[in-house]
Design a protein around this ligand. Sequence first.
Ligand code: CP3
Length: 340
Amino acid sequence: MNDLFLRACRREPVERTPVWFMRQAGRYQPEYRALRERHGILEICRTPELAAQVTTLPVERLGVDAAILFSDIMVPVAAMGVDLRIEDGVGPVIDSPVRGGDDVARLRTLEPEDDVPFVLEAVRMLAKDLDVPLIGFSGAPFTLASYLIEGEPSREFARTKSFMWAEREAWRALMTVLADSVLAYLRAQVEAGASAVQLFDSWVGTLSPDEYAVHVAPYSARILQGLADLEVPRIHFGVGTGELLQAMRDAGAEVIGVDWRVRLDRAWSRVGDGVAVQGNLDPAAVLAPWDVVERSAKQVLAYAGGRPGHVFNLGHGVLPATEPDALRRLVDLVHEETAS
Ligand code: CP3
């Protein structure tokens, strides 16, 4: 079993820096595109054999040091009774979004064994078959709430913020039912065999640090602290979160994910040496000529400076236009550059 990734998460010494990529299974892969011609994305997520097959693809093709369960952040939300679909090239869409307390009251707290048995079955199959650690994941309450309230992907999150400020009671109820569901969901994934978990608060960078502290941090903290006794590494990630990094660390993760808008050494000095850091190559850099990929990756490694606890990753998901070979070369480059 290759446990480089788990050791790096715990800031133990490693022979080479582990690497994996957010969205390492997806449309940039011809094998995935071929599968998607026959199956919808939610169908793949709900069929353990298919989800396990897609999860394994990048481990075989790229030589990454960890697998991330193939699913989507909206899978448990659908299982909580929300009618949603994932539109090609758009993302999650909900025709009747959450607009007030009555809509929140209709959401059921997720009971993973009954509501998403197919996810747990995929985790069990993968934990048995993989020779790298399996990362379980969930969307975080804020990011899930933003899809529920906006009804579609958003840039400004104006409806989400209005709801947060104007419907205080309903916001608290919504964040509570989401936090309870996410905690149960992540615990069930670990109990089924996931060796680490990542909490994706992808869109929380839209908030100021003060608003984050009041309206979001307590719920994310409840989830992360509620996982503590399971003793698996907890990764807390968001995009555009340079100013939120300390607060995200305080919520209780041992690994902080950073995008590419903040230099890795500066991110690390914000969160302190007590935690590991994951990131932070610009996903678009992998589309550039190889010399740019190489220079950018080496720059990330230089900013990591050989400290224990660096997990190499992109600052966000692999872009669909990425060449699989470029990712494969990038994995090799990180391994060669950091081999001791
Ligand atoms: O390899 C992996 O990282 C695991 C698979 C994974 C998917 N979604 C599959 C997927 C993961 C970890 C996610 C999480 C997810 N989904 C997040 C958090 C991570 C992030 O990127 O910030 C978010 C915000 C979503 C919501 C979502 N679902 C978006 C924005 C999209 C893309 C829309 C598009 O077409 O551009 C989806 C659909 C989705 N989820 C795809 C994949 C591979 C797209 C391809 C398809 O439809 O098959």
